[in-house]
Design a protein. Structure first.
Length: 366
């Protein structure tokens, strides 16, 4: 496929026709029921000719090379660059969305960069990226494109990463994660009230995805929770959440507590105090989790990785910069040889905190 062959409407398979003639999308638990000419809540999956099609295949809101730690993934090829991109649309309605200009875009003309999966994979390889991230908006809504990009990346030994809310039905979930090497799932809170009121979705479906990823796949999993003052930041809620993670996922899934800043429809909330992040980290560690981090704040202690065995710092970070690295090429502590859980492949990368926006059309590939 060439760029000029990318269709405006790409066929999909997770849908069925209802008795009343509506077409139900079966990708996520919203189960949007559409007539011809209508779009789902995500805006990018539409009903045409009594079928659900994807309207953003091959189209992106932009590309950027980031540190993999920014996803955030602290235990997946540390220090390496990752080519990040998204499209438009989202199947959640988070009032605090920090990428709302992309996820809530209704202007498909903003999707300026057109690229085939093979083009993205080749650019990633030629620019020295070890992986490609589907991010900025949830890849669940453009899963057909993400899967094809992942396949093309794997052919060139490039890993694929999903940054997602995990709000997806079981059948498409199984296919989607078959092609993902790592995922950071955004566990937005730990009460049904928060999920329903603030995100327009349901907690139990996300928990199902977390359990599925941990127990039934080889996908490397990390979790992020954005702590919003007065909404999901109580010690009790954090205690409940970290205990659930410990029981259902085990102690070795990294958990990132990150700071909120006012955005989209939640401009009335203050930024998260650093002390709240520290409290959350301490609760997680107390409840037995091995790798608990703070994010979106300057906190060397909360951003670094510590050996489960000897408790020494094995990866000292300052924001996204690695200051000290005391792991072997396969991820063992150099002091006591205890395995650090994650995906490690040789020496750590040296990309640092650089952020490099790119236009694929300007990149010459081999």
């Amino acid at each position: 496929m060439q760029e000029n062959d990318i269709p405006d409407s790409f066929p999909t398979k997770y849908w069925h026709q209802l008795e009343d003639g509506h077409i139900q999308c079966d990708v996520c638990p919203r189960a949007c029921k559409l007539k011809n000419g209508q779009r789902g809540l995500c805006f990018v999956r539409a009903c045409e000719d009594d079928k659900i099609v994807l309207t953003t295949y091959g189209r992106s809101s932009g590309y950027c090379i980031d540190p993999v730690e920014k996803k955030p993934l602290n235990h997946f090829l540390p220090g390496t660059p990752i080519l990040s991109f998204g499209t438009a649309g989202c199947n959640l309605a988070c009032k605090f969305c920090q990428n709302w200009d992309i996820s809530k875009s209704r202007d498909l003309d903003k999707l300026m960069d057109h690229a085939t999966p093979e083009r993205i994979a080749q650019v990633a390889k030629d620019l020295g990226c070890k992986s490609v991230a589907f991010t900025y908006n949830d890849p669940v809504v453009f899963m057909e494109y993400a899967i094809d990009v992942a396949k093309a990346c794997h052919a060139l030994d490039i890993k694929s990463v999903a940054v997602t809310a995990g709000y997806i039905c079981p059948e498409p979930r199984k296919e989607f994660y078959q092609y993902m090497d790592a995922a950071n799932v955004d566990l937005k809170g730990f009460t049904e009230e928060f999920y329903h009121k603030i995100t327009g979705s349901h907690l139990d479906k996300v928990l199902d995805t977390l359990v599925y990823l941990k127990r039934e796949t080889n996908v490397w999993l990390e979790i992020t929770t954005l702590l919003i003052p007065g909404e999901n930041d109580s010690a009790q809620e954090i205690d409940n959440m970290t205990k659930w993670i410990m029981v259902n996922l085990g102690p070795d899934v990294p958990l990132h507590f990150t700071a909120f800043h006012p955005d989209w429809k939640m401009m009335d909330k203050p930024p998260t105090p650093p002390a709240t992040l520290t409290m959350a980290r301490e609760i997680g560690l107390k409840n037995g989790l091995h790798y608990v981090y703070t994010g979106n704040v300057h906190d060397r202690l909360g951003g670094s990785t510590y050996c489960v065995g000897c408790k020494q710092c094995v990866v000292k970070r300052d924001w996204y910069n690695i200051l000290e690295y005391n792991l072997t090429d396969d991820g063992k502590c150099k002091n006591c040889q205890t395995q650090c859980h994650g995906v490690f492949a040789g020496p750590h990368g040296t990309w640092g905190a650089k952020r490099r926006p790119i236009r694929l059309g300007d990149v010459r590939t081999s």
